[in-house]
Design a binder for this molecule. Sequence first.
Ligand code: ATP
Ligand code: LTN
Length: 333
Amino acid sequence: MKKTILSGSTVTGDLTLGNYIGAINNWKKLQEEYDCFYFLADLHALTVFQDPKILRERTYSFFAQYLALGLDPQNNTIFAQSHVPAHTELNWILTCLTPLGFLNRMTQFKEKSEKHEKNVNAGLYTYPVLMAADILLYQADLVPVGEDQRQHLELCRDLVGFFKNRYGDRILKMPEAHIEKLGARIMSLQDPLKKMSKSDENDKNFVSMIDDAKKIEKKIKSAATDSGSEIKFDVENKAGVSNLLTIYSVLSGKTIPQLEADYQGKMYGHLKVDLAEVVIQTFKPVKEKYDDLMKNRDHLDQLLKQGAEKAEARARTTISQVYEAVGLVPRLK
Ligand code: ATP
Ligand code: LTN
């Protein structure tokens, strides 16, 4: 039996180079070896204000990007969170096991409530509990994510512990985070002390996977670099250049020392021109496939339906066992 992998991305903003390097590129690598569930976290998107039309459009767009990036809907299960009601059902059970103090510690809640000060809602606060439900429903062994999700994964593991203590050992599986050493935290292009984030208002801070070549080139060329002129990996003193080297290394497969040697004596501008080309070449075939996929909504709807059916089968089994374990009376068939 293959081990199970599960991961998702919130349907907000545009998928970025950070999402690609920190998450989706790894999802792709893992899909041969594991039984993978990759989903569109559309319910999580509702924790911040959403224009309904844009949310719907973006959900198709994210799905098409997943496929264009090489996630295979035949050998994996790719689906929308809202298509599988068991996510919100398990969410409730876990909510009732979550001490408020644990949620109070979540740094993402603090950041997001500052950013969205006019809409600090209960969903934003309980967001990590829904995330735990996403993971536990599928009995995931591994959860590939970027560094920013580590704390949410820890909470999920705590909840499994509480559940096991109260209701026994056999129903929920303890998942582990899978965080790559290189690229787990790609930084903003203009402000390399801050994480590259897809819902950043300033679109110069990120490269989107569906940006055209000109835009990519412009954004990389205008990325903030540091004082001095040496091309050297030094996160503390040269955050900007180190970020560019990280991106370059992951996309090209060259190691950081190799790149440092290649660029010895060269200027920041040289590095940026070459990096822009590497990024453009990475996303060019993706953009072409994406444009094609977006022309055929019926096809996307069919694949989403197929994904939801496969996901539902696994999720139903878990939620039925959970309902029984906590003492709810099963409904007669
Ligand atoms: P938002 O700005 O809307 O919060 P985000 O850019 O942080 O979005 P998510 O949907 O939260 O993106 O994340 C999807 C996946 O991408 C997660 O596994 C997350 O850890 C990863 N990820 C997000 N940003 C980065 C980044 N800058 N570097 C590496 N991985 C990232
Ligand atoms: N919170 C995640 C998206 C997400 C997720 C998940 C990731 C929602 N549910 C379950 C892994 C497993 C984020 O990246 N913002």
